[in-house]
Design a binder for this molecule. Structure first.
Ligand code: HEM
Length: 401
């Protein structure tokens, strides 16, 4: 078990660049030879936004049409639903172009990914929620954008909308006509286009940003690495059994997701090796604390603490540290609870090993860990059930300064 912990620490430390952080580079140098397009070129995704969507959404915002679009979108939920009636004609034309899967979609891989997500659901809830969610607060551009956008003022509602995306992606029929994910992705892509138009009008955002238009293709790739790449790396380091076909399918699901968010094929990694290379290059060196991120992490962890997970607040903060590293924990000023940490260091690998049938010994903290992961899963699922379904709506303003 000690070996497992040590390997995990080393892998995560190296992956997050914690042994000697490279200076952030300003020019993109990742060759598209490793992308789906497989073109051996280097173009800069930090200078690519969404040309087919941004002018359209800017004009809908300028003409005051977004509230009516959001109302029309209320009943547009399933991938197989007809496009809503009464939308502005250019938006209908946009949806006719984009409300579909890319030509390179492999349905067999998507079906395999769905089964894999189901099998791994407990780990995925934990890793996306407490790992990726908190990591997003140390991605400076993302933290500043989220803080200064409309949703930054109401993180509970924002988290619920993000859960909707995660729930829709992880549903067994995510990409099927009865699933929601294609529709949810289109709503998210339109939301991002709105943010690109709105945030530059925010004096608060302008005062802190290093970017003149938010959410470039490069930024979306960075967020993908904090989600898919991070989660897959963690699952592997925990010794979870992932077949080569499942591994590939999990990547494919994310490749399609990135395409649906408007990322160009020449930036989407074709393999996990290429993804890891891009992540080491584009995510790791850019991680840093910001006042906005520290605030958002505190709010997000506070929201999770409102639910009784059967563990203390200190345990929950230590678990976030355990997933993300103490360096990130220190950046976010997460309080220390050394007793809980000792329990986690020993108990979590033992819990995983028992749960996966890799060890016959029931660890002493089994029921506590079990309640913790199940509690997090319920928190996630409660937002995803139809009773409390929180639809994604396109914002019309920014956080009040
Ligand atoms: C909105 C997902 C990348 C900033 C959203 C929403 C989702 C989402 C589901 C709609 C929910 C909501 O309104 O809160 C994703 C995914 C990404 C990604 C899956 C990449 C894989 C990014 C990046 C940034 C960003 C890179 C910034 C650097 C925002 C902002 C909003 C938003 C500011 C709007 C919040 C509001 O004011 O309502 N995103 N996003 N996102 N996203 Fe992203």
């Amino acid at each position: 078990m000690q070996n497992l912990s040590r390997r995990r620490v080393l892998t995560l430390g190296a992956a997050l660049g914690l042994a000697g952080v490279a200076a952030p580079s300003t020019a993109w140098a990742w060759s598209s030879a490793g992308s789906i397009a497989a073109t051996d070129t280097v173009s800069d995704p930090w200078g690519v936004w969404d040309d087919d969507t941004d002018p359209l959404v800017a004009s809908l915002l300028e003409n005051g049409q977004i509230p009516a679009v959001n109302t029309a979108f209320d009943s547009w939920i399933e991938n197989g639903d007809a496009l809503p009636a009464g939308l502005p004609a250019p938006l209908t034309a946009w949806l006719q172009r984009h409300n579909t899967l890319p030509s390179w979609t492999d349905q067999a891989k998507l079906a395999r990914a769905a089964q894999f997500n189901k099998r791994m659901s407990m780990y995925l809830f934990l890793l996306y929620g407490l790992g990726s969610g908190i990591m997003s607060t140390v991605i400076p551009r993302e933290a500043r954008n989220v803080y200064w956008s409309e949703g930054g003022a109401d993180m509970k509602a924002r988290a619920a909308k993000t859960f909707t995306y995660g729930y829709d992606l992880n549903a067994v029929d995510a990409f099927q006509p009865t699933g929601h994910f294609v529709v949810t992705s289109n709503k998210t892509r339109l939301t991002h286009a709105a943010v690109r138009h709105l945030l530059p009008q925010s004096p608060g955002w302008r005062a802190v940003t290093d970017d003149f238009v938010p959410i470039s293709n490069g930024d979306i790739l960075i967020t993908f690495h904090s989600l898919g790449t991070f989660v897959r790396r963690e699952m592997k380091s925990w010794g979870l059994r992932i077949s080569a076909a499942e591994d590939e399918a999990f990547l494919h699901q994310w490749q399609v997701a990135l395409h649906l968010l408007g990322v160009r094929d020449d930036f989407i990694p074709a393999t996990w090796a290429a993804a890891e290379q891009q992540s080491a290059y584009a995510l790791t060196p850019l991680l840093a604390p910001t006042p906005e991120g520290i605030n958002l992490a505190d709010i997000l962890l506070g929201l999770t603490s409102q639910v009784d997970l059967g563990v203390t607040r200190g345990f929950q903060r230590e678990f976030a540290r355990y997933l993300l590293s103490d360096r990130i924990g220190d950046w976010l000023r997460l309080p220390r609870d050394y007793a809980s940490r000792a329990v986690i260091e020993v108990g979590w690998p033992a819990y995983v090993a028992f749960r996966e049938g890799l060890s016959p010994i029931i660890p002493s903290g089994f029921s506590m860990f079990d309640r913790f992961v199940r509690g997090l899963a319920m928190l996630f699922l409660n937002n995803g059930t139809s009773a409390t379904y929180t639809p994604i709506t396109i914002p019309t303003g920014n956080r009040p300064s």
